[in-house]
Ligand binder design. Structure first.
Ligand code: SF4
Length: 91
């Protein structure tokens, strides 16, 4: 399916927007994080599921912090900026 570059997509991640260059950058970023800093895959997926269900997600960006959520979720120490948070840091 062809993506409309001007489309505003609520509750979409970069991958779903067809932003293949950014998606690849995120994958490389995650892969290069030391394991002690990288969010485990299952937790990462759960974080992104929470973002997909959040009203603050627009065009893969969190309205509260301005981050691409796929990048924010990649670090164990990161947390959702909402109050209360929809996901938290992990050790
Ligand atoms: S507020 Fe939290 S759950 Fe919502 S998009 Fe931002 S990081 Fe994701």
């Amino acid at each position: 399916m062809q993506q409309n570059p001007n489309r505003i997509c609520r509750r979409c991640l970069l991958e779903e927007l067809g932003e293949t260059d950014y998606v690849e950058s995120v994958r490389r970023y995650r892969a290069r994080l030391p394991e002690r800093e990288r969010t485990p895959d299952d937790v990462y997926d759960a974080r992104l599921d929470a973002c997909r269900g959040c009203d603050q997600l627009v065009n893969a960006t969190c309205n509260l912090c301005g981050c691409y959520v796929e990048i924010r979720a990649a670090r164990r120490s990161s947390a959702c900026p909402a109050s209360p948070p929809r996901w938290s840091a992990v050790r």
